[in-house]
Design a binder for this molecule. Structure first.
Ligand code: ADP
Ligand code: MG
Ligand code: ZN
Length: 472
């Protein structure tokens, strides 16, 4: 029999905020040593109360807008009770009854075509701490406790590992470009829910949940393994499938049972009376919308419209730092298509020579715009512009000052060029003679001599034309 794999994802994303979700401790990335970023509130001291971080709400709403969700105007927090040493309050503050976003949708593209994945909800919650085991001892590190997370829950709409990876890749570029999360290693973690059913069947099979996966490669392997295990179980009556929580072991490439699936009742959820319900009014929502960065698809479309190539769009979409440099340079008045070439071809080329990548580019939009504008206005030609760019990238010079210093910015009109050409012709009688006798190559030598004399200034096309007409 042929089987269809059904997958639903719960994805936790650590938000890029300056402080934790309910206290003013810095995010755990600010910490150097274990328990560096800890206060009485996030370490669960008796009597301490949570205070909502407004920015968390704004980022969660932004994510919801990007994923085409309904934004709840009234949203509340609940306590999810369980005991574990990395959870100092013995409950996690999360959202059960009124999550901040519901009913979204995102399109993923794979080699099989495009497909819409429904988003069930997005909710806000706090992360737990970390246990560190060493020898016979276990240590607890609360730096990550109360770091803000959003959890994005999809409907069981994925039908392959490829779709899952396309979805996660899309979330990643969306959240990076939106300043929602840097999605670094470990900052995006998934619970993968899997079941299989005979092809054509409408009914869902028994599902298992693989917890806490953060590498794309492992997710793919885990889906392959787990779906095959389900199929074998059904096909050969090997084992009875039960709804349970499993973990993936990277070393063996297998999943293993961790515990029976807990139900909602196990957690004794109840409303957190320490936190007021949050009301998002029109004014606040409009403000968040106005600040919303454009989503990836829209962004790609914008770049397409101004003539940026697909290959360049791909590079820009996957690198928000570079995309931002482009956007800001364009905002300074430069042409988008040209600017893309300056960044993705010229800057990348200069960096490549030093064994670096665009990620290491350290240039402001103002500086890049200054170079481009000098070229566009004819103050310097493109070759000279490239020289300036190299100096800026390698030595961090000021472009305008560098031009003056190097004499690259001489405004060269045709009469100046003509006098240089006359001089070159007078000084290179042999080459001139050769050219007139049909040696086309001699032209190149004369052109080079002119360029040298002009020290890279002047428009090469114009120089060539004037030189030719004079020789003829
Ligand atoms: P719970 O409350 O038990 O965690 P949810 O209804 O919230 O269950 O679903 C959790 C995740 O499991 C969702 O992403 C959902 O899409 C997915 N899911 C539910 N049923 C199935 C199934 N039969 N096969 C695969 N995934 C499923
Ligand atoms: Mg769940
Ligand atoms: Zn704290």
């Amino acid at each position: 029999m042929k089987y269809e794999v059904v997958i639903g994802l719960e994805t936790h994303v650590e938000l890029s905020t300056e402080s934790k979700i309910f206290c003013s401790c810095g995010g755990h990335s600010a910490a150097n040593e274990p328990n560096d970023c800890v206060c009485p509130a996030c370490s669960g001291m008796p009597g301490m109360l949570p205070v909502m971080n407004k920015r968390v709400v704004e980022l969660a709403v932004t994510a919801g807008i990007m994923l085409n969700c309904n934004i709840s105007r009234y949203t509340t927090f609940d306590k999810k009770n369980y005991y574990y040493p990395d959870l100092p309050c013995a409950y996690q503050i999360t959202q059960l009854n009124h999550p901040i976003c519901t009913d979204g949708c995102v399109t993923v593209k794979t080699s099989e075509g495009a497909r819409d994945i429904r988003i069930k909800q997005i909710h806000m919650e706090e992360d737990a701490g970390k246990l560190v085991h060493s020898g016979n001892s276990s240590y607890v590190d609360f730096n990550r406790t109360s770091v803000p997370l959003i959890e994005i829950v999809t409907q069981p709409d994925f039908r392959s590992a490829e779709e899952v990876l396309a979805y996660l890749g899309k979330l990643k570029s969306m959240f990076r470009s939106g300043g929602i999360s840097e999605c670094e290693e470990g900052a995006m973690r998934c619970d993968v829910n899997i079941s299989v059913r005979p092809e054509g069947s409408e009914e869902f099979g028994v599902r298992t949940e693989i917890k806490n996966m953060s590498s794309f490669e492992a997710i793919e392997k885990a889906i392959r393994y787990e779906s095959q295990r389900h199929i074998d179980a059904l096909e050969f009556d090997l084992e009875e499938l039960v709804q349970e929580t499993r973990r993936f072991d990277d070393a063996t490439g297998k999943t293993m049972a961790m515990r029976n699936k807990e139900t909602e009742a196990d957690y004794r959820y109840f409303p957190d009376a320490n936190l007021m319900p949050i009301v998002i009014d029109d004014e606040w929502l409009e403000e968040i919308k106005a600040n919303k960065p454009v989503a990836v698809d829209e962004k790609a479309e914008q770049y397409r419209e101004v003539g940026i190539s697909e290959k360049e769009i791909e590079m820009l979409i996957s690198n928000h730092k570079i995309a931002r440099l482009l956007d800001e340079t364009v905002a300074e008045g430069c042409n988008p298509k040209d600017t893309a070439a300056w960044i993705l071809t010229d800057c990348a080329g200069v960096l490549r020579k030093d064994g670096k990548t665009l990620n290491e580019l350290d240039m402001t939009a103002k500086t890049l715009a200054a170079i481009i504008k000098m070229v566009d206005s004819g103050t310097i030609n493109r070759n000279a512009g490239k020289k300036v760019l190299i100096a800026v990238v390698e030595k961090g010079v000021d472009p305008e000052a560098y031009c003056k210093e190097q004499g690259l910015d001489r405004k060269v009109d045709s009469s100046a060029i003509e006098s240089v050409i006359d001089k070159v012709i007078a000084e290179n009688s042999q080459a001139v003679e050769d050219f007139r006798n049909g040696k086309v190559k001699a032209m190149q030598a004369l052109f080079g001599a002119c360029m040298k004399e002009l020290r890279g200034a002047g428009d090469p096309a114009m120089i060539k034309e004037l030189l030719e007409s004079k020789l003829k």
